[in-house]
Design a protein around this ligand. Structure first.
Ligand code: CTP
Ligand code: MG
Length: 228
């Protein structure tokens, strides 16, 4: 089986307050999505990367491709209204381009632009021999609180067995497609859909630096890390 990367990049980035889809915001000299695609292109075991854009996207070629001379990844404007729908569109596109049920697909958020090839290698090492697959994740270090709408603590949650889920999340194409179809638009990641089938994905530790650029203040932090 081969290993493909699939990058959903069809969101609008509402929480970022950037006034444009956040994957196109320039960080350390190039659009966020260019950093993400460059990291995946530096992993030799990934045979190809497919980036999923919104059907209305008119920025990718003039910004991201312009920043990546010689880039040979695949592009498809098959994004949907939710992340899960964008991923399902990308999986169908991978099939059209010859991917099979047993091939592995590493789904990675465009917004995790700090990805390092060595974390992808760790995921591949842990999951290629695994029957289910898995995801990059980070054990929670902070004490966890539940809160109410008024901003008051309602409970303290035992953090000892808790992990923050990241991406890439790596499963076989046939399995992840079946799982996402079953769960529908509600799935915020691939692992939760696979879990709903009664399977237990493997947790592979990465780094807090593999965070998802989400809020306005995240851009400056990402820029510092990418420049350093
Ligand atoms: N994504 C996508 N299609 C969607 C929604 C999200 O491909 N309909 C992608 C985003 O482009 C992003 C990744 O999924 O790379 C993770 O989603 P998130 O961080 O939530 O990005 P946005 O949905 O763009 O941001 P927000 O939720 O703040 O609007
Ligand atoms: Mg979103």
């Amino acid at each position: 089986p081969r290993c493909f990367a699939l990058v959903p990049a069809a969101g609008i980035g509402e929480r970022s307050g950037a006034g444009m889809p956040k994957q196109y915001v320039e960080i350390a000299g190039r659009p966020m999505l260019a950093h993400t695609l460059a990291a995946l292109a530096a992993v030799p075991r990934l045979v190809q990367t497919l980036v999923v854009l919104s059907p209305a996207d008119d920025r990718f070629e003039s910004t991201v491709l312009a920043a990546l001379p010689g880039y040979a990844g695949w592009v498809a404007r098959v994004g949907g209204a939710s992340r899960a729908e964008s991923v399902l569109g990308g999986l169908a596109e991978l099939r059209r381009r010859g991917a099979a049920d047993e091939d592995w697909v590493l789904v990675h958020d465009a917004a995790r632009c700090l990805l390092r090839p060595e974390w992808v290698d760790a995921l591949l090492d842990a999951c290629l021999p695994d029957a289910v697959g898995g995801l990059l994740a980070q054990p929670i270090a902070d004490t966890l609180k539940a809160g109410d709408a008024a901003g008051r603590v309602t409970a303290t949650i035992d953090r000892r067995d808790k992990w923050a889920a990241q991406t890439p999340q790596m499963f076989r194409l046939g399995l992840v497609e079946r799982a996402l179809r079953q769960m529908g638009a509600a799935a915020t990641d691939e692992a939760s859909a696979v879990e709903a089938l009664g399977l237990a994905p493997r947790l592979v530790r990465a780094s807090m630096a593999n965070f998802k650029v989400t809020w306005p203040e995240d851009f400056a932090l990402a820029a510092k890390l990418l420049a350093g």
